[in-house]
Design a protein around this ligand. Structure first.
Ligand SMILES: Nc1ncnc2c1ncn2[C@@H]1O[C@H](COP(=O)(O)OP(=O)(O)OP(=O)(O)O)[C@@H](O)[C@H]1O
Ligand SMILES: [Mg+2]
Length: 316
């Protein structure tokens, strides 16, 4: 849970980035991250997530605005600010012939920190890489490489960790391990900002969720509140014979026919007391319809954007 009393450790104020050629990738983004929280930044391809992270970490020169990392300005006090940050980049950029353990050690050295073998061991164990410590990077799977990136980012004991799409190219099982790793880091007191395309991932890990689209932050909200507002699911009911219209007895469910009447789509709130599914299925049978399959589907990010934009328009 977020700690409402914790102080902001990172504040981004009016940050903009206009790339050469004139494209505005960040449009006056302001954001405050509290110490010890996990913030998930959710947004489609090209939304500006990597640009935002790069601008905060000093990889990208912002066109305007200000970033303070625990009070240190990233432009005027870069080294002090950067030391507090660990970055797990979206692109895997490792030396293929280097050994796992030396790669991680080297990262610590880059920040001028003294050798600390016990710490390196703890990090490698935490990421299930200890057994692979003497393997060359090229002998690792994609998911392992991503964990090496995390180990590298942690080697200088940062207080804020940025994870740019930590589970890209990672299979479902490893993805859950990754979530566990992130939760453990939080337990150690690390503040975490991660980006993702997946609502499910944001939901699994975050205390707060920020939604970014076209270089603008659409909202930042407590996860629970946001999920309650937007976490809809759909039940797609496949019928053996198509129906020309939704039968009168089923009208109150608000079913949406699709596929020339072969399917009925029922939308429900995953956070409601009752989903109404049991009764709906019974009523469908009672109405004389035969179903051959049912399938559930979560709202996609695109649908959430549509909902968000519609809500903003509806607001006075
Ligand atoms: N070096 C660059 N020069 C010009 N435009 C760029 C550059 N880097 C990124 N962009 C543009 O800025 C926009 C935001 O890119 P960014 O990589 O920040 O998006 P993202 O949200 O991280 O997307 P993804 O989910 O695909 O990683 C995109 O339209 C991209 O084409
Ligand atoms: Mg990106």
């Amino acid at each position: 849970m977020p700690q409402p009393m914790s102080r902001p450790i990172l504040s981004v104020d009016g940050l903009s980035k206009v790339y050469e050629g004139g494209f505005t990738a960040l449009d006056a983004v302001s954001l405050e991250i509290r110490e010890g929280e996990i913030l998930a930044l959710l947004g489609p391809n090209g939304a500006g997530k990597t640009t935002l992270i790069g601008s905060v970490c000093g990889l990208i020169q912002p066109s305007g605005g200000r970033v303070l990392v625990d009070g240190h300005d990233t432009l005027t006090d870069y080294r002090a600010a950067r030391r507090l940050i660990g970055l797990v980049p979206q692109e895997i950029n490792l030396e293929p012939f280097e050994k796992v353990i030396s790669t991680v050690r080297f990262s610590r050295g880059l920040f001028g920190k003294r050798r600390n073998e016990a710490l390196i061991e703890r990090i490698l164990r935490q990421l299930s890489l200890w057994d692979k410590r003497d393997s060359p990077i090229r002998a690792l799977s994609g998911g392992m490489k991503r964990r090496v990136l995390i180990a590298k980012a942690l080697a200088h004991e940062p207080r804020i960790l940025f994870l740019d799409e930590p589970s890209a190219g990672v299979d479902v099982e490893l993805r859950r391990d990754m979530w566990e790793v992130v939760r453990n880091l939080k337990r150690d007191g690390v503040t975490i900002i991660l980006t993702t395309h997946y609502l499910e991932e944001a939901e699994a890990m975050a205390d707060r969720i920020g939604v970014i689209n076209k270089g603008q932050i659409l909202l930042v909200e407590d996860k629970d509140a946001l999920m309650k507002r937007l976490g809809k699911k759909e039940l797609v009911i496949e019928l053996r014979e198509p129906v020309p219209a939704v039968p009168e007895a089923l009208r109150h469910y608000g079913l949406r026919p699709t596929g020339n009447g072969h399917r009925l789509v029922y939308t429900y709130d995953t956070h409601g007391e009752r989903t109404g599914i049991t009764r709906l299925l019974a009523d469908i049978q009672a109405a004389g319809l035969h179903l051959c399959d049912v399938e559930t589907r979560e709202s996609t990010l695109e649908e959430i954007f549509v909902d968000l934009v519609a809500e903003e328009r509806a607001a006075p």
